[in-house]
Design a protein around this ligand. Sequence first.
Ligand code: GTP
Ligand code: MG
Length: 244
Amino acid sequence: MRSYTIALAGNPNTGKSTLFNALTGMHQHTGNWAGKTVTSAEGYFEFQQTPFKIVDLPGTYSLYSNSADEEAARDYIIFENPDVTIVVLDATSLERNLNLALQVLEMTNRAVVCINLMDEAKRLGIKIDLNKMQQKLGVPTVAISARSKKGIGELLQQVLLVASGELVPEPITITYSEDIEQKIKQLEPQVRDMFGSHLPARWIALRLLDNDESLLTSIKNWLQRGQTTAQLEGVIRYGETACH
Ligand SMILES: Nc1nc2c(ncn2[C@@H]2O[C@H](COP(=O)(O)OP(=O)(O)OP(=O)(O)O)[C@@H](O)[C@H]2O)c(=O)[nH]1
Ligand SMILES: [Mg+2]
């Protein structure tokens, strides 16, 4: 049976590990700052007879290369290519949280936005127009309260639709200045020639224009890993013919 991998991305303290625990029945550390996730935990669950693997990424404010956490979260989304990335946002500070959501949407269209801490938002009298957000972002947007496990069924429904390819989101494209857009136009086709559909060409072009050296190193490592696999396959084939 087909199984899917999903990643949880988001700012620190948005309830990713709380959601992870609710889904997997595991006990990842949660808590205010002291509960910060430092390494990516993996867990498993089933939804509608479909097996899922879920990865709880460290919380970050961006996915550039400012820290090991950011590099780890970025590399997971880009190179491990999860079937769906859930971006977990804090309903009580959407404006700040949306920054990371937009960064993820530049990297992949297989994303679902999950607005968590809705109980807290309600308590503070914050109202969120989910339909409008979903329309603007171009990806399914679901409101939940991870701590009281509210809204999780609807979230998984949307995750399954995206994972299975039944729903192909068309996320918002952020337009940069004319100068940058011109440079992207030149770079993007070259990046696409090199990596095909394996890596998101526009996003890579943008990161190259920003001179993201850490990303270049990660790409080199990724290419080398690919080569090793190809070499291994060569050795295995050689072994097989030598045996006959
Ligand atoms: N009121 C309320 N609190 C929540 C909810 N979900 C999580 N929390 C609380 O928010 C705090 C942070 O939750 P975590 O799950 O540790 O957050 P995280 O995103 O994993 O944090 P990092 O690992 O630092 O990235 C904890 O105190 C949780 O109990 C929710 O739906 N409602
Ligand atoms: Mg955590």
